[in-house]
Design a binder for this molecule. Structure first.
Ligand code: EPU
Length: 417
């Protein structure tokens, strides 16, 4: 298993380019199931979750004609298999995104239940109930979700909890359903809005994306997808914090500043200078960092996917900061590792109390999930001395060329195979 060796203490400076968004690319790839023909997606990030999704789609009967330089050309005409097996779904929860599209296209689906996850139980009850209300007969057997339906029917459905992939799954299913579907209390994440826009370009009739209520009028068929994936806002935020934590001066290009507004405001409150342009950001730190409080929430609130990285930053701030995680019940796994570096963090349920310390020291560290790994990398960049981070396969799931990008900013980070 690969490891990162990081020699901390340096200041990051320079320019870094943001890759396409993993969480935008995955639902778009699943949406190819709804089409029959040659789909073309550009700006796809080089991350392991994308490769896993591509394996899954090939397994379903599609054919990858091209996959290089961030461009995927995928012929979905041959999709005829409706099983998403455990070995692929267990690698990546987002595989559940094929459930709605398979039922809509083939009227059948057999998708493995993803099982537990480091950051929380993450059930699929809201996806399943929605599809049942659309007329699918669903049973859970031997670790699999079996679904069957003649044709999905439009419904009115309320999400008890805002769910990103839940919204995407039901929205995709509804594009080919009979009649109109109204989804209430839906996710407003940019990746959901992007999916709706791309589906509309393919002939879907979706309205209300970006608000709490989506209306989808079912159509008979969709044209193949042809799109450019939007930049990754979580990668953007991670590099913003990387600059902040090393008192750096980093310009982040090819990003959408409005999508990280909550983080920008918190960084400014903490004492950093954040300059925003149309498609770039510059974060400058001068060593002065104050503790600020955050509470994670669905978009446009502070993203849960940036909470771990922000905690690493707050570990070095002056004073106290309170971090409340409201989206996932177990997303503080990084705290124990940060404490091993000298951070002062106390966890009480969904709340972390961070008392800033003057410095962190390098240590052997273990990555537990994707964003927790990013938090450890950031802490190690700022720490005194050497850190060795193991299990970095987690980070390879979602960050494209991270060591290359950090090295270009002056970081001392090496991958040991
Ligand atoms: N939930 C339910 N029942 C459901 C679905 C969700 O109770 O049927 C709960 C979850 O357990 C959680 C909350 O609802 O407490 C929100 O979960 P959501 O469904 O929104 O999460 P997700 O769709 O599984 C996506 C991202 C995550 C990101 C969350 C929240 C993708 C592929 N994944 O997950 O990204 O943290 O939304 O913004 O888009 C990551 O990239 O590291 C990552 C974990």
């Amino acid at each position: 298993m690969d490891k990162f060796i990081i020699e901390g203490g340096g200041r990051l400076a320079g320019e870094v380019e943001i890759s396409g968004s993993k969480n935008a690319a995955l639902p778009i790839m699943a949406a190819m199931i709804l089409t029959s023909g040659k789909n073309k997606i550009r700006g796809v990030p080089q991350v392991r979750d994308v490769t896993t999704m591509l394996y899954l789609l090939k397994d379903l009967g599609g054919c990858t004609e091209e996959f290089n330089d961030g461009c995927i050309v995928f012929d979905s005409a041959g999709i005829n298999n409706y099983e998403a097996p455990y070995d692929l779904v267990s690698k990546m929860r987002a595989s559940c995104l094929v459930l709605g599209p398979l039922l809509a296209r083939l009227g059948k689906a057999k998708v493995s239940l993803p099982g537990g996850c480091a950051i929380g139980a993450r059930p699929l009850d809201l996806h399943i109930r929605g599809l049942e209300e659309m007329g699918a007969k669903i049973r859970l057997e031997q670790g699999y979700i079996y679904g069957e339906v003649k044709r999905l029917l439009g419904i009115r459905y309320y999400f008890d909890t805002v769910s990103v992939t839940g919204t995407a799954n039901l929205m995709m299913a509804a594009t080919l359903a009979d009649g109109e579907t109204v989804l209430e209390n839906v996710a407003k994440e940019p990746e959901v809005v992007f999916l709706a826009n791309v589906l509309n370009q393919c002939g879907a009739k979706i309205k209300g994306h970006g608000t709490d209520l989506l209306t989808i009028r079912g159509v008979q068929s969709l044209k193949p997808i042809n799109c450019d994936i939007l930049p990754d806002r979580i990668e953007t935020g991670t590099y913003m914090i990387a600059s902040a934590i090393t008192s750096g001066d980093v310009k982040i290009i090819n990003c959408i500043p409005q999508q990280v507004e909550a983080l920008t405001m918190k960084l400014r409150q903490a004492g950093l200078v954040v300059e925003e342009n149309e498609t770039s950001l510059r974060v400058v730190g001068d060593g002065q960092l104050n503790g600020v409080n955050i509470k994670t929430q669905p978009h446009p609130g502070f993203a849960t996917d940036l909470q771990a990285q922000f905690m690493a930053l707050m570990a070095l701030a002056q004073g106290q900061s309170i971090i409340i995680e409201t989206v996932f019940e177990n997303r503080f796994m990084h705290a124990a590792e940060l404490k091993r570096m000298g951070a002062d963090v106390t966890i009480q349920g969904q709340t972390a109390v961070v008392n800033g310390v003057k410095e962190l020291s390098g240590a052997p560290l273990m990555a537990t999930d994707l964003r927790a790994s990013a938090s450890l990398v950031l802490a190690a960049l700022a720490a005194k001395g050497k850190s060795v981070i193991s299990r970095i396969y987690h980070i390879d799931r979602g960050y494209s060329c991270i060591e290359k990008k950090l090295c270009s900013l002056g970081a001392k980070i090496y991958r040991e195979k």
